[in-house]
Write a protein that binds this ligand. Structure first.
Ligand code: UD1
Ligand code: CA
Length: 456
């Protein structure tokens, strides 16, 4: 069975008060349309049609990697008119699924429960019972409960406005039926729009039954019309992510204060996450890892038994087993730490490997460096990797000890078990085992006196 998914995404989104088309606004760092597209991919990945309109070129450009057919709706004349634009792409034998580009949280389960209701004799409609159905089309049923039609808020009688069963807008139907109905739509209604919802009455007249189902929870079918609704769906999404993490055995000190804007390639056992932690990209986290407060982890691999203390940023980095990071450490892309490495406060590491058991505990910049095992880097050490034009590497071999406040002017190599005296500026490679230092001799001036303030 071919399921063609038509995603309606041509609406203007005026209430967002944004220069950007509404469907490009994001929940968990993914655009609204990306969420809907990703869910559609789970249904039938080769048959996705996106109806775009207002600011549509930008939508198309931004999401150009989508494997979808883009159809322009030049004027937004209503949801029925939007679907009509895709008429030539719909085959009679298709099952057509209509989704909204601004309803990001609809689940695959809800779509599946809709699709089973589509046959030659029936079409499927996703409805929702709402405490306050204002703004929604209402599902009008007869005394026996059979669906008769959908009436839009603006066209509804006072009696009809009391109906609390709302139309989500999500439906599925056989291509042949849909094609015949959308060609007959007119716009003689309060909004002078071509309403897709009018096909319900046409179906009933053609003897096609309307089978309804409901989503697992209401937030799944909520759309975004303004920034408040956007923030609501962000929180809903985050709370679902937090639930998933806890189901997988992660301790969250406060599930309301962790944000996952990406995915996990793997999650170990007994991970503990303090408050205000943000995960982005694709992370992999081992067993017994604890993550301190106010930490951001992006696209990184964290092995077993790692302790990340508060206020760290770990971005596209690798942290080996048993290592301890932070507080206030920043691991930048291609920082690769082996096992048992300690990185302390105000240490920045970029494009560098640090072998087993090495320590960089305070106030250092390590960039473009290869650091051996059991190296101790003193406070305030800087690898001077950049001459303003080119980058150069620093190599520090196993067992070396770098005294505090050392500048290593790359390219430079510090030999095995070498010691560098504090306060040195190292411009030449240093031999194994020896103490090297570059420091002017300390002197004390005899008879020197402090200046005194001049009389006026
Ligand atoms: C629609 C439904 C209503 C339902 C509500 C749920 C109709 C006539 N009404 O109303 O029954 O309760 O959704 O939110 O269908 N769009 C286009 N082109 C257009 C118009 C809309 O692509 O010309 C897209 C929008 O981008 C949006 C979706 O269709 O993704 C719904 O449009 P919207 O204007 O929000 O519909 P409502 O009037 O709220
Ligand atoms: Ca809407």
């Amino acid at each position: 069975m071919t399921v063609k998914t038509i995603i309606l995404a041509a609406g203007q989104g005026t209430r967002m008060r944004s220069a950007m088309p509404k469907v490009l606004h994001k929940v968990a760092k993914r655009s609204l349309l990306q969420h809907v597209y990703d869910t559609s991919k789970l249904i039938d990945e080769n048959n996705i049609i996106i109806i775009y309109g207002h600011g549509g070129e930008l939508v198309k450009q931004t999401l150009s990697e989508f494997d979808a057919q883009w159809v322009e709706q030049k004027e937004q004349l209503g949801t029925g008119h939007a679907v009509l634009q895709a008429d030539s792409l719909i085959d009679n034998t298709d099952t057509v699924l209509i989704l909204y580009g601004d309803v990001p949280l609809l689940s695959k389960q809800s779509i599946d429960s809709l699709l089973v209701n589509v046959t030659e004799q029936s079409m499927a409609l996703l409805t929702v019972n709402l405490d306050d159905p204002t703004g929604y089309g209402r599902i009008v049923r007869d005394a026996s409960g059979k669906v008769l039609k959908i009436v839009e808020q603006k066209d509804a009688s006072e009696e009809e406005q009391k109906i609390t069963e709302g139309n989500t807008g999500i439906l599925a139907v056989k291509g042949e039926q849909l094609k015949s109905w959308i060609s007959q739509l007119d716009n003689s209604n309060a909004q002078q729009e071509f309403y897709l919802t009018d096909v319900i009455e046409m179906a009933v007249n053609d003897g096609i039954a309307i089978k309804t189902s409901q989503p697992d929870y209401v937030d799944e079918v909520l759309g975004v019309n303004n920034r408040k609704q956007l923030s609501h769906l962000e929180r809903v999404y985050q709370s679902l992510q937090a639930d998933k993490l806890m189901e997988q055995g992660v301790t969250l000190l406060d599930p309301a204060r962790v944000d996952c804007r990406g995915s996990f390639a793997s999650l170990g056992q007994d991970i503990s996450v303090d408050i205000n932690v943000i995960f982005e990209g694709n992370n992999s986290i081992g067993n017994n890892v604890s993550i301190g407060a106010n930490t951001m982890i992006n696209n990184s691999m964290i092995a077993d038994n790692v302790e990340v203390l508060a206020n760290c940023i770990i971005d596209n980095a690798v942290v080996g087993a048993g290592s301890r990071i932070g507080p206030f450490a920043r691991l930048r892309p291609q920082a690769e730490l082996a096992e048992q490495v300690h990185v302390g406060n105000f240490v920045e590491i970029k494009k560098s490997t640090v072998a087993q058991g090495s320590k960089i505990n305070h106030l250092s910049y390590i960039g473009d460096a290869t650091i051996g095992s059991k190296v101790n880097i003193g406070a305030g050490t800087i690898t001077c990797n950049y001459d303003g034009v080119n980058k150069f590497r620093t190599v520090i071999e196993d067992g070396a000890f770098i005294g505090s406040d050392t500048q290593l002017i790359a390219p430079v190599t510090v030999g095995k078990n070498a010691t560098i005296g504090a306060g040195s500026t190292i411009t030449k490679s240093t031999p194994d085992e020896k103490l090297s230092l570059s420091r002017s001799k300390q002197i004390s001036i005899q008879g020197w006196q402090r200046p005194v303030k001049k009389e006026q």
